[in-house]
Design a protein around this ligand. Sequence first.
Ligand code: AMP
Length: 550
Amino acid sequence: MQGLTMDMPLLTSMIVKHAAVWHGDVEIVTHRVEGDMHRYTYADAYKRTCRLANALKRLGIQPGDRVGTMAWTTYRHLELYYAIGGSGAVIHTINPRLFHDQIEYIINHAKDRVMFLDTTWVEMMEGMQDKCPTIEKFIILCDSGKMPETTLRNAVCFEDLLAAEDDSFDWPEFDEKTAVALCYTSGTTGNPKGVLYTHRGMVLHAIAGTSSDHPLCISSRTVLLPAVSMFHVHGWMAPYAAPISGTKLVLPGPNMHGDNICRLLEEEKVTVTAGVPTIWIDVLQHLKKTGGRLDTLEICNIGGSAPSIAMIKTFEEEYDVHVVHAWGMTELSAAGTTGRLRKRHQDLPAAERYKVQQTQGRPLFGFEMKIVDLDGTPLPHDGEAVGQLYVRGPWVASAYFEDDAATDAAFDADGWFGTGDMASVSSDGLIRVSDRSKDLIKSGGEWISSIDLENYALAHPDVMEAAAIAVKHPKWEERPLLVIVPREGAEITADAVRAVLADHVAKWWLPDDIVFVEEIPHTATGKISKKDLRDRFAEYDWPEIADTGD
Ligand code: AMP
């Protein structure tokens, strides 16, 4: 027997329409790429989103077409999220920090027809456009009359495009399983893998994002500063969840350095913020240097990597800011766990509580999680057994976009997604991500492939063996240390190896130090033992604080 509730598809256009009508006066504040502050309301955002949807139609964008964005966390990017997805096309948020060949790969793989980009990346795209033939038009996110000189083909000014359009739009209704967004993850070597989200999954996850136990911790009384790139897992869902609850948004644009974040937190009276530990290292350093305070901030949601106990303690004891830790992935739409404390953990003595806060917490409703051994046998929740973490749920990727090999490697026979993370679960129901099953290096929230670094180092004729490992770093959480066994009798220098690497990798990928050793440890099967190397260099003293040029 079928129930008798209305059969309305869950579409992201519902969110922006709801915000315009019921939270129309709530502000969205942006620190613009241009450097100034921009303020408007959800009602204003809605009108511009309608204009943009009309413009997409005029540009000939059809349902299902992929539209690329290369943009910071700004009001314009927010409008793009809703106009592209809401009109039935697919927003492809491109991470501009990827290597050029990876960016080319994902644009071509996605077959982006149009690209909207901030002025920051105009020059970069000029150099790459010939290798991205699917892009018919580039729309530059700039004010009228402020178009940069550019050779980008069919370049148009965003504000001119909007000015010509009507500010109402008839949002189409379609199947809620229609694709809304595409995001590539480049966690491993090989080509980046596309995660193609449905409207249904996005709306459900956004609703989950407004629950009081979600790590975003938002409501209609919140002022939220997502110190998160909107090209990384939908800005952790903030752009989709905040309009549902009528949360004031403070968007930091391109400047996510400690001084600017602190300024915005104070001036906009922010109550909740979110970001990777690197951002908070910078913020805490800035506060220490300036004697600044965090008077209005109540909650700092930290994810992407685990925060240190020292960071949790400093926020709590010196600034009276509660840290909520969360773990998530591109494939999970955003957060998978929440570190919101249960009553029994809330009442623990501070030192004990910090340990609980350092775990990744518990699964959010909507996720089923299991830890299994190599044979796929579920492991007990005893806090000791460490296994591969598998997940399933209505907003977890069910496959990678047009990539059967990657799909086959990541999903088990029952359709669960293998996260690639190793985790234990305590008897108290706390998940602890103990290691990545792969040996990636996570610097400032972005991945560096150890294998790529090794392969390029091996291009130097005097390098016999090379291993890149992650070593803890005071600013970037982790940085690559390259360990090299030179060829016998060779006189090789670190600068010479760096010069070879610089030909292939981005500046922020370059190892902060290179050490030469006589021998690298190997496992029983003859592979380099990264674990042993990491143990050996665990207390390594970096020669200087790295400047990744970020
Ligand atoms: P991405 O898809 O780029 O967001 O990367 C997801 C990966 O980041 C996860 O599989 C984890 O390895 C890592 N990660 C995310 N959040 C955390 C966290 N809170 N603690 C430890 N690792 C994390």
